[in-house]
Design a protein around this ligand. Structure first.
Ligand SMILES: C[S@@+](CC[C@H](N)C(=O)[O-])C[C@H]1O[C@@H](n2cnc3c(N)ncnc32)[C@H](O)[C@@H]1O
Length: 265
């Protein structure tokens, strides 16, 4: 409660959708996440995959320095995704169709496809804003912009959204801090939807044990509702934030999430 108040007191200057926000990354993660090769493999910098090997904060600074690297990353990602028979974001869009009154936070929204295809109110967050609706920030600490006082941004209120979505966006060495932030902004009983590349959750090929991952998420304060492994390319995990949080703080054991490869089908 005290912590929340002090977060709310913070105000950030916001210039042209690039925030100056100082996130508070957690450090118990050891994940490395590999993204698709960017289109221009001749560029040494483009091969360093900031999203794979760094914290969200470092990736944010990297893209701020050269936003064209973000475009390069995205065109590579989209090219590979175009070969997938089904896009996980479409499944989430369909899931939201009958739940249009729910307020959504899309963590790592990319080009905000989710927000553009549902009636819900959606807060869209990504490292770089390519659309006025997208708030540029590191998702370990999400904020909103006052559209009247456009130079002011404020931390998104605790317990203010009904659904938090991570669609192929659990990357970065500090991914647990993203889930922690989702937990903060979700209302009690709010939904946490995670879509991730299947191979990252296949212990037979070095992926994380989905049960261990699920246990870590439940230790954070969620209840597991559904695990959908039916798709060949990705898995979908549905959780709900527990109404009552345990007063005991547990050390959470997060499994490693192996680098991700967006395979063609
Ligand atoms: C693979 S794309 C998926 C985009 C979108 N969710 C979709 O399904 O089409 C992952 C997105 O997560 C974003 N992302 C990764 N780490 C982030 C962070 N720490 N803060 C904000 N966005 C992040 C990337 O910039 C990228 O746009």
């Amino acid at each position: 409660m005290k912590e929340e108040k002090s977060r709310k007191r913070k105000r950030f200057k916001h210039v042209k959708s690039q925030n100056q926000h100082k996130p508070t990354p957690s450090n118990n993660a050891t994940q490395i996440h590999k993204e698709p090769e960017p289109e221009n493999p001749s560029s040494r910098r483009s091969q360093s995959h900031p999203l794979s090997l760094t914290s969200g904060e470092e990736a944010l600074n990297y893209f701020k320095e050269d936003p064209s690297l973000f475009d390069m990353y995205h065109s590579g990602y989209q090219e590979q995704m175009s070969h997938w028979p089904e896009q996980p974001v479409n499944i989430i869009i369909n899931w939201l169709k009958d739940r249009s009154s729910l307020v959504v936070a899309d963590f790592g929204c990319g080009d905000a496809r989710l927000a553009k295809n549902v009636k819900n109110k959606v807060f869209s967050f990504d490292l770089v804003s390519k659309d006025p609706s997208v708030i540029a920030c590191d998702m370990s600490n999400v904020f909103i912009i006052d559209h009247i006082l456009v130079f002011l941004a404020d931390t998104l209120d605790a317990s203010s959204v009904d659904v938090a979505v991570f669609c192929l966006s659990l990357m970065g060495t500090n991914f647990p801090s993203y889930l922690q932030e989702a937990h903060r902004v979700l209302k009690p009983n709010g939904w946490l939807l995670i879509a991730e590349v299947k191979s990252r959750f296949d212990p037979n090929t070095g992926g994380a044990d989905p049960n261990k991952f699920s246990k870590a998420v439940t230790d954070l304060g969620f209840a597991s509702m559904l695990k959908d492994f039916s798709n060949k390319m990705f898995i979908l995990l549905y959780f709900r934030k527990k109404e009552k949080q345990s007063s005991k703080r547990k050390e959470i054991e997060w499994p490693e999430l192996k680098p991700c490869l967006y395979k063609r089908r």
